[in-house]
Design a binder for this molecule. Sequence first.
Ligand code: ADP
Length: 192
Amino acid sequence: MRLILLGPPGAGKGTQAQKLVERHGIVQLSTGDMLRAAVKAETPIGLKAKSIMDSGELVPDEVVVQIVSERLDEPDCGNGFILDGFPRTVPQAEALDALLERKKLQLDVVIELVVDEDALLDRVKKRAAESGDNVRSDDNADALKKRLDVYRAQTAPLAQFYREKGLLKQVNGMAGIDEVSAEIDRIFADVG
Ligand code: ADP
């Protein structure tokens, strides 16, 4: 199964991706996690990305496309993968199309977690409060506001992009964690 999880910050993409990893043995490819690892390791990409991420802006498309392309070539992606946080712009989605075609792979489904924006600030605040010393440097009110603005302007149009390709399925992300994952499982059963 090869899928994209789409949804704003705090929608629950990471939580659901983790559950899919456990249940279906496919890997989670989170560009946010990959970039945070690069920041921590102080690689050239990480050094460039840090201030961009902290402000809630997007790192350049070509940087993430390159990271994802290399990651998809690793053997553990053979069983399928969940893209979490990528693509985030229409140019990224077009680059992904080209990349998958080159690698002779097809996407099975794009699942959008639809959430009420008012809930997101609370969810992200809660995540920050629960993370103790490991709090993400972009989980603060200013960066979150920016991330939501960026989501609305640049990422939300991807729902239409994938709807036109007949790949989009929407799930109510306001439901409880287990209900959301049951719904995702139903979608898997349908497309799988
Ligand atoms: P969230 O979904 O909570 O916003 P992520 O962990 O997916 O957080 O991403 C954190 C930050 O990493 C983003 O705000 C952005 O700066 C950068 N980033 C992650 N994925 C991408 C991407 N596909 N394109 C550009 N920037 C990205």
